[in-house]
Write a protein that binds this ligand. Structure first.
Ligand code: MN
Length: 713
């Protein structure tokens, strides 16, 4: 255990102005508060907060953080109250301890919902003060180091998984790379011990093969090479962790064999200019390994990391990896956000988490996610990925997860740009919105005020921000459609039954139908969860047992859309209304709706054979009719079967006839081909049934066309 004066000395070493008295009091306060409590290891409980404080001194954190580390478990595990802490150590420390406490409760929860809720709290707490996260990470690190003392395998694995999924990525985000490495490796040990053992065995073999002093010899030669080139540098070499080696193996689908796979050499130089000079010296002396050079000085990682990385075939013919960076960059690489905190002038350093863009993004996601679980899903997704860097036309750089598409990029630039994105140019060329962006791509987003997020987008994005925005929009849109469809269905049914349905009348039956508001009731009807008949029977119980019901009657052709038909508005199939893929109904066709639970209504043409499948469930039938045809710009797809003469130019004839009559071919497929004829399936975008019959007539008139018919199954 670190002794009291030792801890104080450590902090005083880097921050001479620290409040020694507060450190001493926190030490004693925590020791007394935890009293005779013990850890799973059998150690006195107080050893834990003390170790956590010790870890944080390595990163030279300020006095308040160290005091918080000492006190971090007192609120939760002892009788100490917030007011007591505030009284003895001040509001700042009390708030920090409170922030950390809220999070530690999460470790006790196994279920996803609680975990998600606590992650939400963590994000809020660290956005108020990033030091909460630093203390929390040190806390988790010590708990991971002592994980083996926990008896339950399930609990150990749960903690390890959570560390891997949430805490390690967070450590990376704030540049605490050592903590990240150690958290990952400790989790790896718990989650996949066999894999880790095999990596370690292989490491031992490689070390032996190179000879004990190989690394020392390489360091000496690199030093001499740089000195000859006129660069003064501090050189060191470090072995990568088994987990990072394992990840690389999974990534590249190969085993590891060279020294570069296990060691990274680091040259710390004086200035940025020296870095590039050192790079030049290295590259002119040793052959470059292609694809390994990365300039994180001109394009820093989002967590602030800057350095030059390169791979060369170095001394003794070994492939080696070299990182070249200045003293200041080295400090950032070692201490992450804490590197920016200076103690010289005693001025307070910024601890507001909102200055970090990634944290601001998490907060944005938090605001738009439907619930904590969705939030956790979105953010986990994001934190897991490697990154690509893309540029806006103005040259602003955006870091996105691997696999990100132009839609992700659009949302990264601004939510509004994402919502209205209609297309994208990558490096000056139009690309489909679903393509994955590559490192260095310049992306220009084209927008239209008419565009809104489409449900398909959700499958195309990888960032949490884009996903949650799209999902929220689609959900709201869908709800609105269900409400309006449901309102129409209920109104028509009531009209048919000659009953009046008032808002007040509906209010009374809400409870019986398990709805909170009249709007929900309409939405449920629109979604097909309850029927209009159930609603009317609730309001007018005397209508029960009366058959046939409500115009949702048996299938029967009718001369003209009935007066009780629900109008289908516009031409664009919405999310509550689906046009059947068997008969491709068009405006002008006589149609009928089939209510599908949880999906809304599917529209079929009245003579579609599929309808036979529903003849036993009259309650699902719905009278519908096309509403006023509005707008010329909306198109529907209709499917035709055509038989053409097999001769040059006949396909061209077909296409030009369709184009001449203002139709657009959206899909084309040969279904059968003989010496004389070929059969094909043509999908044409048309305005309505009349438009289609014009096209069909014109095709029949074309010499190359033997026959044409509309597809109805
Ligand atoms: Mn703790």
């Amino acid at each position: 255990m670190i002794r009291q004066f030792e801890l104080v000395e450590r902090v005083k070493n880097y921050d001479p102005s620290v409040d020694e008295d507060a450190l001493n009091r926190a030490y004693v306060f925590s020791m007394q508060a935890h009293g005779s409590q013990t850890r799973a290891s059998g150690d006195p409980y107080f050893s834990h907060p003390l170790e956590v404080a010790g870890i944080l001194t390595r990163y030279r954190l300020d006095g308040a953080s160290i005091v918080t580390a000492l006190l971090h478990d007192t609120l939760e595990d002892t009788k100490v109250t917030f007011d007591e802490l505030s009284h003895s150590f001040g509001e700042e420390v009390a708030q920090l301890v409170d922030g950390v406490t809220k999070l530690s409760q999460l470790e006790l929860q196994s279920d996803q919902a609680k975990q998600a809720e606590n992650f939400r709290k963590l994000v809020l707490a660290m956005s108020r003060d990033i030091r909460v996260l630093l203390v929390k990470l040190a806390d988790r690190l010590h708990n991971m180091r002592t994980l083996s003392f926990i008896g339950s395998v399930d609990k150990r694995r749960r903690i390890a998984r959570e560390t891997m999924d949430i805490y390690a990525p967070l450590a990376e985000r704030i540049g605490m790379n050592d903590i990240k490495d150690e958290l990952q490796d400790l989790s790896f040990q718990e989650l996949n011990p066999e894999a880790r053992d095999s990596v370690i065995k292989r490491l031992g073999f490689l070390r032996e093969k190179g000879g004990e002093s190989l690394i020392g010899r390489i360091l000496d030669e690199l030093k001499a090479t740089l000195a000859e080139g006129g660069v003064k540098a501090d050189l060191s070499g470090r072995e990568k962790t088994p987990y990072s080696i394992w990840r690389k193996m999974q990534h590249r689908q190969v085993g590891f064999e060279a020294l570069s796979d296990i060691m990274a050499f680091r040259a710390v130089v004086g200035t940025v200019a020296d870095s590039y000079q050192a790079l030049g010296v290295v590259h002119s002396r040793y052959p470059l390994v292609p694809g390994r050079f990365k300039d994180y000085i001109s394009t820093p990682k989002p967590n602030g990391y800057r350095s030059l990385h390169t791979g060369v075939v170095g001394p003794e013919g070994q492939r080696i990896e070299i990182q070249i960076l200045t003293r200041e960059m080295h400090d950032v690489a070692e201490r992450g956000v804490a590197a920016h905190w200076q103690y010289k002038d005693g001025s307070p350093h910024p601890t507001d988490g909102r200055q970090y863009r990634w944290l601001q993004e998490l907060l944005d996601i938090l605001e738009s996610a439907a619930g904590p679980e969705e939030f956790l899903e979105h953010t986990k997704l994001e934190m897991f990925h490697d990154q690509v860097f893309c540029f806006s036309p103005k040259g602003d750089v955006y870091a996105l997860p691997q696999g990100a598409t132009p839609i992700d990029f659009a949302y990264a630039v601004h939510s509004e740009i994402g919502d209205h994105c209609v297309g994208a140019k990558v490096n000056g060329r139009m690309v489909p919105l679903r393509v994955a962006l590559q490192n260095g791509d310049q992306v220009e987003i084209l927008t239209s005020s008419k565009q809104t997020p489409s449900p398909e987008w959700e499958q195309m994005v990888v960032t949490g921000k884009a996903r949650s925005r799209i999902r929220r929009f689609v959900h709201r849109e869908q709800q609105e459609q269900y409400v309006s469809l449901g309102r129409d269905i209920v109104a028509k049914a009531a009209q048919k039954e000659k009953r009046e349905l008032t808002e007040a009348g509906l209010q009374k039956v809400l409870k019986a139908l398990h709805c909170d508001r009249v709007e929900d009731l309409y939405a449920h009807v629109g979604e097909g969860l309850i029927t209009a008949r159930e609603v009317i029977e609730q309001v007018y119980p005397e209508t029960k047992r009366r058959l046939p019901s409500l115009g949702l009657g048996r299938r029967r052709p009718r001369g003209k859309a009935g007066e009780h038909a629900v109008p289908i508005r516009g031409l664009i199939p919405g999310m509550a209304l689906h046009l059947a893929k068997c008969c491709y109904p068009l405006p002008g066709d006589r149609i009928v709706g089939i209510v599908s639970t949880g999906k809304g209504v599917t529209i079929h043409t009245i003579d579609c054979d599929t309808l036979a499948n529903f003849s036993d469930s009259p309650e699902r039938w719905l009278d519908v009719a096309w509403d006023v045809v509005d707008g010329q710009d909306s198109k529907l797809v209709s499917r035709l079967l055509a038989v053409l003469i097999n001769e040059p130019g006949s396909l061209g004839d077909l296409a030009s006839v369709i184009a001449k009559h203002d139709g657009n071919i959206s899909n084309l497929k040969f279904t059968n081909r003989t010496v004389d004829f070929f059969d094909m399936m043509v999908d044409v975008e048309v305005r309505d049934a009349k438009h289609l019959s014009t096209i069909v007539a014109a095709l029949r008139a074309a010499p190359a066309v033997v026959s044409v018919s509309r597809v109805r199954q």
